[in-house]
Ligand binder design. Structure first.
Ligand code: SF4
Ligand code: SF4
Ligand code: SF4
Length: 325
């Protein structure tokens, strides 16, 4: 079976778990390094970013009122999850990643061509996710807590990133909850934040339809997970001497990562944008040029035979379609 199909099945079951797991009282905690949204009432666990911002919005409590132990355990739990699964959280588990992949499937079914960013455009905007990460740390510390003398923000606004994350309006919809799809006219701040939220959710849907994994290049969770790129237990390795630079991997890569085809020296190919989807390995025609490893052991590798088999399957499918026409 194609790795893409296996991945879609895994994504589907994890989506069901993360969105409906709570109905069976299932949960894997509140430090999950992927967008499993707290605003979904029936969730099976929730995203690291919500409690992270909440803790930061009360820094004095964290430092002086004993909350620091809870905060430490919470950070440690996140680190373990990220260390073990690395960016495969993005490729295989994230509900927002799954929605983006479904939109890609829909576009493909409608025979609409994919849009690609020029690499230089992608490169120019690569810092956006780090800027968002810095803001989601500084705003709760600085504004929500009056730490720098600014006014304290009420309730949900102490978690500013969650107010603009597309997960908040979109994921509860799967639970029949439409309460986050509206403009909140309570005060000027809520009006601005909810208008932003609606706009970003619309951009997420439109962008992900035309561009594969549109949001992932700008996601602050990807910036956090990047800390583990080099030493996560699951990894993507390249043997440059076996690469012919055919470019198959780059064409298949949903994140348009140029290095995967061009790199000759570097072994670890988990770059800041890689989501460990393993598509590049599947389409590479050279034996062992690309490998996925777990604890250093190969779990999936590129093979000429696998490549030929897939080519034959594609040719067969095309012939069948021609005869049907
Ligand atoms: S980078 Fe994409 S897949 Fe990863 S957490 Fe963010 S939205 Fe989800
Ligand atoms: S598909 Fe394999 S051989 Fe071709 S450029 Fe990528 S790594 Fe090199
Ligand atoms: S480099 Fe390979 S594993 Fe990483 S995102 Fe691209 S195709 Fe997926």
């Amino acid at each position: 079976m194609k790795i893409d199909r296996i991945r879609l099945i895994v994504q589907f079951f994890l989506f069901i778990f993360f969105v409906y797991g709570g109905l069976l009282s299932l949960s894997i905690g509140n430090a999950i390094p992927t967008m499993t949204c707290i605003y979904v009432d029936s969730r099976g666990g929730f995203c690291f970013l919500y409690p992270f911002q909440r803790y930061l919005s009360v820094p004095l409590n964290v430092l002086f009122k004993g909350t620091i132990i809870g905060f430490g355990i919470y950070l440690g739990t996140f680190a373990i999850w990220a260390f073990v699964f690395n960016k495969s959280w993005c490729g295989w588990a994230c509900p927002l990643g799954f929605l983006q992949d479904l939109l890609t499937k829909l576009r493909e079914a409608l025979n609409i061509d994919v849009s690609r960013f020029e690499w230089i455009t992608r490169y120019r905007f690569s810092s956006v996710k780090y800027i968002l990460l810095v803001l989601l740390i500084l705003i709760p510390i600085g504004i929500s807590n009056s730490f720098f003398g600014s006014p304290r923000l009420p309730g949900d606004l102490a978690v500013p990133f969650c107010q603009i994350c597309p997960g908040k309006p979109l994921l509860p919809l799967f639970n029949g909850d439409f309460s986050n799809v509206k403009i909140d006219f309570s005060n000027s701040v809520t009006i601005v934040m909810t208008v932003l939220s609606m706009g970003i959710a619309g951009l997420f849907l439109a962008g992900s339809f035309f561009k594969r994994r549109f949001m992932c290049a700008y996601c602050p969770m990807a910036a956090m997970l990047s800390i583990f790129d080099k030493f996560g237990l699951i990894s993507l390795k390249k043997q440059g001497s076996k690469c012919t630079r055919c470019g198959n991997c780059l064409r298949a890569c949903p994140m348009d990562i140029v290095e995967i085809a061009q790199e000759k020296e570097k072994v670890n190919m988990v770059t800041q944008d890689c989501i460990l989807c393993m598509r590049c390995i599947e389409v590479c025609p050279e034996n062992d040029a690309l490998r996925a490893t777990f604890c250093g052991k190969t779990i999936f590798r590129s093979t000429a035979q696998g490549f030929l088999k897939r080519q034959q399957a594609i040719a067969k499918k095309m012939n069948k379609e021609k005869t049907e026409l």
